[in-house]
Write a protein that binds this ligand. Structure first.
Ligand code: ZN
Length: 321
């Protein structure tokens, strides 16, 4: 196991640093207890990182100031400990890194890559329902990208605060995912700062993963489509991107829908109350992906055997335990 290292929460301009040492991470949002799907993703991220001798960092993604709660940070860290996950250094918090995100936005702005968007949710929904070239379905079609100076002035005068979007011009992206193979697409004009002032998810994640020298990202398949946006940001900001990506299956309930409260005992606490040990829960979670007992034992030794993504079959969509 790696000795405890202090994760570098410093400047974002860390080009090249990612090559120094392999690093994985898990980045939960403190908006409630971790449900079993979150825990399974955390287990996979930990197994993959530790089996290759990588450091493993935690990042608290508390960007959403309306929904994040301090008490959930403690609960989630305890849940991760209970299930057998350890990490290096102190968890980094996004709420302590606003200066870095603002700096990144200024850099993009100075390159002419940012514009103000005054659209309401309803307007975006309406506009996004129409097809627009090569962008994915539902993408923001760039309504505010071409406002004239007088139109811009008119909208500013309404007093409605704008969101900030990037001018991505449907740039193509491509990356290799450990489970999905080659992934290609186009980058839409995504939000980097919401109109309530909160920083955008993709901006923060790209700044953080680069700043922390993360080399491997393991996260839920629902985030597969965000990777292209983050790759675009790494390039525009001159940051080193992670080298490997694995977007792991979401955990589903017996009805095939994404695991949620209505499916019953979906948190670790509920499973423990139902009489299972944390070790049994970990075993069931990894077993639901077809992983064998050696992976579970590694949670106790802290030293997993080499981990192969190919051992997760496409058919293993993870039934509820
Ligand atoms: Zn707009």
């Amino acid at each position: 196991m790696s000795p405890a290292a202090s994760p570098d929460a410093g400047p974002t301009t860390g080009a090249g640093r990612a090559a120094d040492r392999p690093r994985g991470r898990y980045a939960p949002s403190p908006t409630g207890p971790l449900h079993l799907g979150n825990l399974r993703t955390a287990l996979l991220a930990w197994l993959s990182a530790r089996s290759s001798g990588s450091e493993f960092l935690l990042r608290i993604e508390d960007l959403d100031s309306g929904r994040s709660r301090e008490k959930w940070v403690e609960v989630q860290l305890e849940e991760l400990r209970l299930i057998g996950i350890n990490w290096d250094g102190e968890p980094v918090r996004q709420s302590e890194r606003y200066d870095l995100y603002a700096e990144a936005i200024e850099r993009l702005r100075s390159e002419g890559l940012v514009y103000e968007c005054f659209c309401t949710r309803a307007e975006i929904r309406e506009a996004a329902s129409a097809p627009h070239g090569e962008l994915p379905e539902g993408a923001y079609p760039g309504t505010c990208a071409t406002l004239s100076p007088s139109e811009l002035e008119e909208r500013r005068e309404t007093g409605r605060p704008p969101a900030l979007r990037v001018r991505a011009e449907a740039a193509p992206f491509e990356f290799e995912d450990s489970l999905h193979g080659r992934v290609t697409g186009r980058v839409d004009d995504f939000v980097i700062r919401r109109n309530d002032g909160d920083f955008g998810y993709n901006l923060a994640v790209a700044v953080d993963d680069a700043g922390q020298g993360i080399t491997e990202v393991v996260r839920g398949a629902d985030l597969l489509e965000t990777t292209g946006r983050q790759l675009w940001l790494y390039e525009q900001l001159g940051l080193t991107s992670p080298r490997t990506w694995a977007h792991v299956p979401l955990m589903l309930g017996e009805d095939g829908a994404r695991l949620a409260k209505r499916h019953g005992a979906v948190t670790l606490e509920e499973q423990l109350e139902a009489g299972l040990s944390a070790h049994e829960v970990a075993s069931a979670l990894l077993g639901s992906l077809g992983l064998d007992q050696s992976a579970v034992e590694a949670l106790q030794t802290g030293d997993p055997a080499p981990f192969n993504w190919a051992s997760i079959g496409a058919a293993d969509r993870g039934k509820m335990i």
